[in-house]
Design a protein around this ligand. Structure first.
Ligand code: SF4
Ligand code: SF4
Length: 303
């Protein structure tokens, strides 16, 4: 594995902070119990959501960008690691209500920090069991397809994962490993059907980066994935807006009807109804009740 200064752990490169893999392997009774144990330990380390799926070459980056030479460089993982553990960390609901703001930037930063803590801890736990594991965040592969395959949520029109428990308000991490594990199945709770009739993220986007029509394989520019039929966000328009305003954005996350505090049973009930034929009514009600409106950052301090 490459390990020089031309690296950004967690953003363009996997983590290398772990100790070596233990020389003796702890025997695994079966893949199901091993998966249960990993999820239990991951939750104990602080994971909000955790699922497991199979390695899939289609979602792996073929090359990386070298900050030092502004050229491409090869990916780092060259071992055979057939399993991917996907972890989601929720961002603070009230801070995301202030998007765009420094407070919401802190929600993003804290989400990444929690992600790093869980990914690093669980990676080391697996290595201590005698199995190979590499922790990864935004680097190495596309996280969303893995998260969908691992049953953490559905794909939304805003181009992000929508989870049942936190909507799109999550940060993702993943661990590649050869620890034998059983896999989770993708889930469906009506996101596609709601996105078909909802345009809140599209209307809220200040640079019209979110598509209006049906999922398609049309791409906007070289930054998009080719050959996949889906709602494709113009990432270059989106990121140009971030750089122009010197901050991240996430308005699409704030306004999404799935961005709710699901510790509240009424919101859980409404989410379940949104998965039925009542979705149009729920969407209307969401707007009527003023969800998605921006909370002024100064009001957060006194709420
Ligand atoms: S983050 Fe902002 S600019 Fe980017 S797609 Fe979402 S709303 Fe648009
Ligand atoms: S705002 Fe509406 S269309 Fe956009 S992702 Fe959320 S539910 Fe789907």
């Amino acid at each position: 594995m490459k390990n020089d200064e031309d690296r950004r752990e967690g953003f363009s490169d996997i983590f290398t902070l772990q100790k070596d893999v233990a020389k003796v392997k702890v025997p695994i009774e079966n893949e199901q119990t091993a998966a249960q144990e990993i999820k239990r330990v991951g939750k104990a380390f602080g994971a909000d959501l955790i699922g497991i799926t199979q390695f899939d070459q289609r979602w792996e980056y073929s090359h990386k960008f070298s900050d030092m030479s502004s050229t491409e460089r090869p990916p780092e993982i060259d071992e055979d690691l057939p399993n991917v553990i996907v972890i989601a960390q929720a961002m603070d609901y009230d801070w995301i209500r202030t998007v765009p703001s420094a407070l919401s930037g802190a929600a993003t930063g804290l989400g990444y920090s929690h992600d790093a803590l869980v990914v690093l801890s669980l990676t080391q736990y697996i290595r201590n069991l005698g199995y190979n594991a590499h922790g990864s965040m935004n680097d190495t592969s596309l996280a969303i397809p893995y998260a969908i395959k691992a049953g953490l949520g559905e794909y939304g029109k805003l181009g992000l994962l929508i989870t049942k428990d936190f909507g799109p308000r999550v940060r993702l991490g993943k661990i590649y490993t050869d620890l034998p594990l059983s896999y989770d199945e993708p889930i469906s709770f009506g996101v596609k059907e709601l996105c078909d009739i909802c345009q809140k993220c599209m209307m809220g986007c200040p640079v019209q980066a979110i598509p209006s029509g049906k999922p398609s394989n049309i791409i906007h520019n070289q930054s998009n994935l080719i050959g996949v039929e889906k709602w494709t966000v113009d990432g270059e328009k989106c990121f140009s807006y971030w750089t122009a305003q010197n901050s991240d954005c996430s308005i699409c996350i704030r306004v999404c009807p799935y961005n709710k505090d699901y510790s509240n049973s009424i919101h859980r009930f409404a989410r379940n109804l949104a998965g039925t034929k009542l979705r149009k009514f729920l969407l209307w009600l969401d707007g009527k009740l003023g969800y998605g409106k921006r909370l002024k950052p100064k009001n957060w301090w006194v709420e």
